[in-house]
Design a protein around this ligand. Structure first.
Ligand code: TYD
Length: 133
């Protein structure tokens, strides 16, 4: 599994556009949890960790932000700024969200329920785990 941008269906309509996601169809996992990040003050960062098990799909439902990822393929920046695509992030990827625009909303679909023990907050530990795999 690799980090990848996934474009979602978009029903273009003069009354307003519509997009949708079906689990295990448009994204490769079953959705166990949905959360969203909003009212982010200018200059704040979110994330800054990896997950051991959790797979996730991140969408800029409104506004824009950047997702910095660091995995076996190296460090990359994905700019999310449309609600009809998102970023699939598999487990064991260091990720951080930055550059939130005013009133942006980050919607995150997760493959697991919340589990504090699934977080890796120590970058050195993350690098060690990565090199063992
Ligand atoms: P956290 O995942 O650390 O935020 P971020 O990585 O975006 O900076 O979550 C912030 C707080 O919210 C932390 O105390 C855990 C709690 N939380 C839940 O209780 N349930 C959840 O589904 C999520 C994502 C976070």
């Amino acid at each position: 599994m690799i980090v990848k941008l996934i474009t979602l269906p978009k029903m273009i309509d003069k009354r307003g556009n519509l997009s949708f996601i079906e689990e295990e169809n448009h994204i490769p996992f079953k959705i166990r949890r949905i959360y969203w990040i909003y009212d982010v003050p200018g200059g704040q960062l979110r994330g800054g960790h990896a997950f051991i098990q959790q797979q996730e799909f991140i969408i800029a439902l409104s506004g824009s932000f950047d997702v910095l990822v660091d995995d076996l393929e190296g460090k990359r920046v994905y700019s999310l700024n449309r609600s009809y695509y998102g970023l699939f992030v598999p487990p064991n990827v260091w990720r951080q969200m930055v550059n939130f625009s005013t009133n942006s909303i980050a919607l995150v679909l997760s493959s697991t329920s919340f589990d504090k023990n699934d977080y890796v907050y120590d970058y050195n530990e993350y690098i060690l785990n990565k090199s063992r795999k």
